[in-house]
Ligand binder design. Structure first.
Ligand SMILES: *Cc1c(COP(=O)(O)O)cnc(C)c1O
Length: 384
């Protein structure tokens, strides 16, 4: 068998909507983006949505709109992709790295209580819904509100994700989603920023496109001829082309179907891997249905001799693709050297990272493939 780590499903209306755009002769930001924004805002229950060309762009725009700037401190979990922290540096502010809970890789209310005590004056928190499971929003929001810490949700893994009946995208000050090729839905490259705050939305819309005070599209579609526009800030070039939005609209139609397909994989892994000596499984705190199941990992816990990289090699030799999420940011040269970070300060992230292996999880995975993955894991753990 040969089972890849990830596989994109574009077998819905992707080509149809894409050909609409190509035939229309207008390939960049226009009607398809507007439609995707409207659908997305409705789906997650946010007032405003702004399409962008990556989640990284969304995170940058979010932090900019919240007024993060030189000298500011922003709390960021160490167990995440570098985009969560690099955008803070774009603005001349500094990320303060936090350890996460073992088993979920989430920031908990207790971690936040400790963080605000140790880092008074922190302006914001980048809250990563790791693997597609929502953080404990009640507790985290309440600590943040009491201490004046704004929340930027990094929901790159978390569509569609629920927490106590509401969708991620309806909680924090700003929520950022990713439509990168390997995320739960994709536009190839792309992202979405969602907020309930009109001031944030207006700033984001302006900064998304060169700091121009109105959309290019507005200029071309306005009833009366109008060439004039003004530049009110040195903005960015972060708009999503309609080509990508067309694919996004087709993917949106199947987002819940995809989620159910991934949940089926997670169910299978829990049933078939539970109790095997040598591995820890991820902790799912709420109902399985609330989780987007972007990632499913095992952690080699040391009860078996095998080292993580050897384990990955063995799986690879047997035709099972895997990945690692993540080498924590405190171990990355740039952050480690700039901030003098020590592994001993992040025990839970270290414990996860030293043994973590992400398993294939996507709707197209057949049951015999899932069975083969589990059998291979058992064989490799049992040794030669
Ligand atoms: C993928 C990812 C991003 C960046 O998404 P892009 O759309 O590729 O910019 C940010 N944060 C996390 C946690 C991610 O996994």
């Amino acid at each position: 068998m040969n089972i890849s780590f990830a596989k994109v499903d574009c077998s819905g209306n992707e080509l149809k909507y894409l050909s609409d755009v190509v035939r229309s002769g207008w390939l960049t930001t226009a009607g398809k983006c507007a439609e995707l924004e409207k659908r997305f805002a409705e789906t997650v229950g946010g007032a405003y949505a702004c399409s962008v060309n990556s989640a990284t762009a969304a995170l940058h725009l979010a932090a900019e709109a919240l007024g993060i700037g030189p000298g500011g401190k922003v709390l960021v979990p160490t167990m995440t992709f570098t985009a969560s922290a690099e955008v803070i540096r774009y603005l001349g502010a500094d990320p303060v790295f936090l350890d996460v809970e073992y088993g979920t890789n989430l920031i908990t209310p207790a971690i936040m209580e400790d963080a605000v005590a140790r880092h008074p004056g922190a302006k914001a928190l980048v809250l990563v819904h790791f693997g597609g499971q929502a953080a404990e929003m009640d507790g985290v929001l309440s600590v943040c509100r009491r201490h004046g810490v704004r929340i930027i949700e990094d929901a790159a893994h978390a569509f569609p994700t629920r927490y106590k009946g509401d969708m991620v995208g309806s909680f924090g000050d700003v929520t950022c989603f990713s439509f990168y090729a390997n995320k739960t839905i994709t536009t190839g490259e792309g992202g979405m920023l969602v907020t309930d705050d009109e001031t944030i939305f207006r700033r984001v819309k302006t900064m998304r496109l060169h700091g121009i005070n109105r959309d290019i599209w507005d200029r071309f579609t306005a009833k009366k001829a109008n060439w004039e526009y003004d530049v009110v800030a040195p903005g960015f070039k972060y708009n999503m082309p309609d080509l990508n939005a067309a694919i996004g609209l087709a993917q949106m139609e199947r987002a819940e179907e995809f989620r159910v397909g991934r949940q089926r994989c997670a169910d299978f892994y829990y049933e078939n891997l539970v109790g095997i000596p040598g591995i820890d499984l991820p902790c799912c705190k709420g109902p399985m249905e609330d989780h987007s199941w972007h990632l499913f990992w095992i952690v080699l816990n040391g009860e078996r001799e095998i080292e993580r990289n050897t384990f990955i090699e063995r799986l690879n030799e047997a035709g099972v693709g895997t990945s690692v999420h993540y080498k924590p940011l405190h171990r990355m040269t740039y952050y480690r050297e700039r901030y003098g970070l020590k592994p001993a300060d992040y025990p839970n992230a270290e414990r996860h990272w030293k043994g973590c292996v992400s398993l294939p999880i996507y709707p197209g995975l057949a049951e015999d493939e899932l069975r083969y993955v589990c059998k291979t894991i058992r064989n490799v753990l049992a040794g030669p």
